[in-house]
Design a protein around this ligand. Structure first.
Ligand SMILES: [Zn+2]
Length: 69
């Protein structure tokens, strides 16, 4: 009869919050910019003239449930 002992070989890696925080803030800013262009880049809140941005993200607007037409 053999005895098998399973020893954990993988240890969890600690993620220091101080090192991850700038990347979390950066990703949040990129996400907010993307949400703006998908959801609010139209009409009075438009930065770019014309409907180019709106038409480019039009399917995304409908997918995310933003009011459109
Ligand atoms: Zn639409």
């Amino acid at each position: 009869m053999t005895t098998t002992t399973l020893a954990p070989t993988a240890q969890p890696v600690a993620i220091p919050v101080g090192e991850a925080l700038p990347w979390v803030i950066f990703a949040g800013l990129i996400l907010m910019i993307a949400i703006y262009f998908v959801g609010a880049e139209q009409g009075a809140t438009a930065i770019f003239k014309g409907m180019y941005v709106h038409e480019f993200v039009h399917d995304g607007r409908h997918l995310l449930g933003f009011p459109c037409h």
